[in-house]
Design a protein around this ligand. Structure first.
Ligand SMILES: Nc1ncnc2c1ncn2[C@@H]1O[C@H](COP(=O)(O)OP(=O)(O)OP(=O)(O)O)[C@@H](O)[C@H]1O
Length: 268
């Protein structure tokens, strides 16, 4: 049940914010996610990490109703994402990687459009849009079309669009990619505040230091499987997440003595 313009109704029983149960994805017969299960407790700031091609984006897409699983179930606040997509999507805010935004709208128009889609009262949308544009340092570019935004600005307006309806669960794919250090600090503050007021965040990232400093729980995935899923403190056990990640995923052979030809082009 939604409360237009206000925080969205709990939609569940007090169980986990997100539950993935045996998710499988095959692309043309090739399995890339292998029966993946994860539980994200309410109120957590949950990091999803893994090497390139591990299946993070595919998993988050299945979890948020963007990509139909071959098998398995995704539940948001107890709502089955694929059986009851409208209810599940009402309680979620999603900023996928490479999200297609309506690029010919300005940043401000985009937020108003999203508020309309979410059936929020116009004055609530307008007030929240101005506040989000302000804290994310986008107000001077509020009238610029999104097509002319830099990569970091696109990330920030995508985050604003995901937040405007005050969702219970926020799912972000690489939210800090291309975002400058000042804005990155702002985004961190927003996410911490969001969690402190009862929200739950699931975010993927390749930046181990960032996940370690921001998240309270982390899951490491590789080859479409969960290798570890624990609190950051338990997983790192006094060491760094970077080191633990390399131990779990297996450091590659590396460059060794190869690539000796680099930089050998003749001087002009
Ligand atoms: N639409 C698609 N068709 C075919 N294969 C796909 C498709 N989307 C993803 N894959 C494959 O699924 C696997 C997982 O990809 P995914 O994008 O989920 O990984 P990721 O963990 O998000 O990687 P990265 O860290 O590089 O973003 C990869 O092998 C990829 O090639």
């Amino acid at each position: 049940m939604t409360d237009p313009g206000g925080a969205v109704g709990s939609g569940g029983t007090g169980g986990p914010a997100l539950e993935l149960d045996g998710l499988v994805k095959e692309f043309r017969g090739r399995r890339v996610v292998h029966g993946l299960s994860l539980t994200v407790p309410r109120g957590s700031l949950f990091g999803l990490v893994g090497p390139n091609g591990a299946g993070k984006t595919t998993t988050l897409s299945m979890a948020t109703g963007l990509l139909r699983p071959t098998a398995g179930v995704a539940r948001v606040l107890g709502l089955d994402v694929w059986a009851d997509p409208a209810a599940a999507k009402a309680v979620m805010g999603v900023a996928p990687d490479g999200m297609r935004l309506f690029e010919q709208l300005s940043g401000r128009e985009l937020l108003h459009y999203v508020g309309g889609l979410r059936r929020m009262p116009h004055e609530v949308t307008a007030a929240r849009a101005e506040e989000l544009l302000g804290v994310l340092d986008l107000r001077t570019d509020a009238r610029t079309v999104v097509a002319d935004y830099s990569a970091g600005m696109v990330k920030k307006i995508g985050l604003a669009a995901a937040l405007i309806h005050a969702p219970r669960l926020l799912v972000l794919d690489e939210p800090f990619e291309a975002v400058d250090p000042v804005s990155s600090e702002t985004v961190r503050t927003i996410l911490r505040r969001y969690v402190a007021t009862g929200g739950t965040v699931v975010m993927s990232s390749h930046v181990m230091e960032l996940v370690e400093g921001l998240c309270d729980r982390v899951a490491v995935v590789a080859d479409g499987r969960v290798l570890a899923d624990d609190t950051v403190a338990a997983l790192t056990a006094g060491g760094s997440l970077h080191r633990r990640f390399l131990e779990l995923v297996g450091a590659r052979e590396g460059v060794g003595d190869g690539l000796g030809w680099l930089g050998t082009a003749p001087e002009p």
